[in-house]
Every structure is written in C-alpha cells, then in structure tokens.
Design a protein around this ligand. Structure first.
Ligand code: FES
Length: 153
C-alpha cells in the first residue's frame, strides 16, 4: 500500500488488514516520534493527522491511511527546518517533563489552533482532554498554546 507521510510518498509491504498506523510509522517507515502508550486510543500519545484530522494511530488500521496524507511530529517543522510556532512555544515554556506524551500533545494542539485560532483556557482544556500527561504538564501546555496562538495571529 502507499501513503504520503510528512510530504513523502512511501510504499509499504505490510499486512495492511492487521497492522496499526502507529506500528507501520514506527517500525516500517522509521518515523518514531509518535509514541505507543495505552494501546487503546485513550491517552493521545500516538496522535497523528490523516488528511489534517487528528487520530489515535495505535487503534487506527493502516488501511485508513492508504493513499492519504499523514502528518507526524517529524513533519511539523517547515522544509527549511524552522520549527512550528507550537514547537517553539513548547521549548520557550519548557513544557516537557519526561517528554513521552509530548508529540501527541503538540499534534492535538496543532489541530486545535487550526480550528480555533484564539482558544480560551476552557477551549484548550476541552480540546486537549484526550491527551493525558502523567507528569502533569497541563498548565505549561496551556501557556504554550496561548503563546503559539499569539504568534500565529
Ligand atoms: Fe511526562 Fe507528559 S511529560 S507524560
């Protein structure tokens, strides 16, 4: 099957009926930025976009991405390497603690700012409620999203 990952069309020979998108991204295509955590689509660590929509890639069959555009954390920066404003804000606010959940957090935040360029705290909490952080970085995530929203405005 074929899919376009971070702007590059890739062909993969996999059991596309049974493999998840996450396992194909990490193990077959060498894009390891999306994390395996709960494995049941409940924590958000594996969040990637298909055609601009966030999905839990640990429970999404790879067949759902066939001939589609997939965006992972590795594809968020511009082609010349400039970080996305959310990535910049994440660094400026020192958001990550252990870091395990953070690629999924940023992918969900990207989706939020596309739909709602100036979210309130309540909007952020609602939109990010599917992304769990065991280190409790929620306050810094909120601050960084506001900071990136201001930069993008
Ligand atoms: Fe450790 Fe979120 S930074 S789980």
């Amino acid at each position: 099957m074929k899919m376009r990952v971070n702007g590059v069309t890739r062909s993969v020979a996999v059991d596309w009926q049974n493999e998840t998108l996450l396992s194909v991204l990490r193990e077959f295509l060498n894009w390891p930025g999306s994390r395996y955590s709960c494995g049941i689509g409940q924590c958000g660590a594996c969040t990637v976009h298909i055609e601009g929509q966030p999905v839990a890639s640990c429970v999404t069959p790879v067949s759902a991405a066939q001939n589609k555009d997939v965006l992972t954390i590795e594809g968020l920066a511009s082609a010349d390497g400039e970080l996305h404003p959310l990535q910049q804000a994440w660094i400026e606010e020192s958001v990550p603690q252990c870091g395990y959940c953070q690629s999924g957090q940023i992918m969900s935040a990207t989706s939020l700012l596309k739909q709602n360029p100036k979210p309130s705290d309540a909007d952020i909490d609602a939109a990010m409620s599917g992304n769990i952080c065991r280190c409790g970085t929620y306050q810094r995530i909120r601050t960084a999203i506001h900071e990136a929203a201001a930069k993008l405005a």
